[in-house]
Write a protein that binds this ligand. Structure first.
Ligand code: AMP
Length: 399
């Protein structure tokens, strides 16, 4: 269990609680198109309001770079949170200064307000103490419930914790506990499935995972560079020849650490990166000619499913193929379904994260069946890399 202090440890009745959320949700034409982040945040708000706190919600949205940008207002998000909570969330057009202060002073116990986009002020991303003071002036307690923002030291995730007693919200605590369960004292054997486009963007993740994993399953475009390193032909596939040396090093370090590197045994190849393109499954070692590797084949799916049935824990980041383009998502979806089935049977703990991974698992229809899916992109990867997350450290290291 994570050692971060939680809102369940403190009496919030009658207190003004400043809650940092990540409400940077997908929007189209002023309408929220995906409410996952809002729905995951809602229980923290309900918990605090039910305990009699005055709940003041802050968040960023988009990258307005310090400029008030109406298209990046949080107003539609306050409306979506009202719907999700089934109770009123009052929207306030500023996050600091007189307008914000007046609105907060007028609150009663159990009231909820949402302040305007933090990033309308450039000072927010500069981790300014002065901006944190302006934000904290009306609050008794600070709560961070935005795991996906904890890899950034900003005024609302870091400087503020030096001014107010600070706690993790329910969703941040749940996320940290789920991640701790995987890398803290995991049930073994444990494997990481690391897929995606390029070795270069995941090299630090691979290196950091090797000492704690029994196996690393490499998939997607990344696997092509590993196949190249092993001397197998990859045709016109996406690969990074400059990283062949790195791939060889990863395999050598893995061997020293008793961590098996698992590569595909067969490949789906096609001339075109297009939906419905003609394709063929070939074994690794057979020359794809002018074609590209776009997915793993049926034998790889069987191999991975077999391996998963012997695991206790699986960590997943990155797709096994170009899953957005039909039929090259088949490998990712089949393996995701097998992992979900084992999880439902109580045989496997499955923790996944990262933007594309969440999209792929959603598309596979297994999002509700994994043990935990992190919607955080950068923070999830930095956590995988073993980096300290400043927003989490700030909560743990309070005097
Ligand atoms: P990443 O953001 O690194 O996790 O990469 C995800 C992207 O990698 C997705 O958009 C996939 O379509 C892409 N991808 C996975 N496998 C392949 C492949 N074999 N060839 C080209 N793109 C791929």
């Amino acid at each position: 269990m994570s050692k971060v202090p939680s809102i369940t440890d403190v009496d919030v009745a009658g207190k003004t609680v400043l809650v940092r959320a990540d409400l940077n949700v997908p929007m189209d034409n002023g309408h929220v198109t995906d409410t996952v982040r809002i729905d995951r945040f809602a229980p923290t708000v309900t918990f605090l309001a039910d305990k009699g706190a005055r709940v003041v919600i802050i968040s960023h949205f988009g990258r307005p770079n310090g400029i008030r940008t109406p298209a990046m207002s949080l107003e539609p998000i306050a409306a979506a949170l009202t719907t999700s909570l089934g109770r009123d969330v009052k929207f306030v057009e500023e996050c600091v200064g007189e307008v914000a202060e007046k609105a907060v002073w007028a609150m009663r116990d159990g009231d909820i307000v949402m302040l305007e986009n933090l990033r309308f002020h450039a000072a927010e991303t500069e981790n300014s103490d002065t901006f944190a003071q302006r934000l904290g002036v009306f609050s008794d307690i600070y709560v961070n419930d935005a795991f996906s923002c904890t890899h950034r030291a900003h005024s609302s995730t870091y400087a503020i914790t030096k001014l107010l007693p600070s706690y993790a919200g329910l969703s941040l605590k749940a996320e940290l506990d789920a991640l701790d369960a995987v890398l803290g004292a995991p049930k073994r054997p444990i494997a990481a499935l690391v897929g995606g486009a390029k070795v270069s963007t995941k090299i630090t993740v691979l290196e950091a995972l090797i000492p704690s994993m029994d196996a690393i399953i490499v998939g997607g475009g990344m696997a092509n560079t590993f196949l190249l390193a092993k001397g197998f032909p990859i045709g016109n596939s996406l690969a990074e020849p400059d990283y062949v040396h790195t791939a060889n090093q990863v395999m050598a370090i893995a061997e020293q650490n008793d961590c098996e590197i698992v590569l595909p045994v067969d490949l789906v190849v096609s001339e075109e990166f297009a939906a419905g393109a003609a394709n063929e499954t070939i074994p690794v070692g057979q020359d794809p000619g002018e074609r590209m590797i776009l997915d793993v084949g049926a034998a790889s799916i069987t191999d991975l499913t077999d391996r998963m049935s012997k695991l206790k824990t699986l960590l997943w980041n990155g797709p096994l193929g170009a899953f957005e383009i039909d039929p090259f998502g088949d490998g990712t979806f089949a393996v995701a379904n097998a992992a979900a089935d084992l999880t439902k049977q109580g045989k496997l703990i499955t923790v996944a994260g990262g933007g594309d991974t969440v999209a792929a698992l959603n598309q596979a229809g297994v999002s509700d069946d994994f043990t935990y899916i992190s919607t955080a992109g950068g923070a999830f990867l930095e956590w995988l890399e073993g980096k300290e997350l400043p927003g989490v450290a700030a909560l743990t290291d309070q005097d």
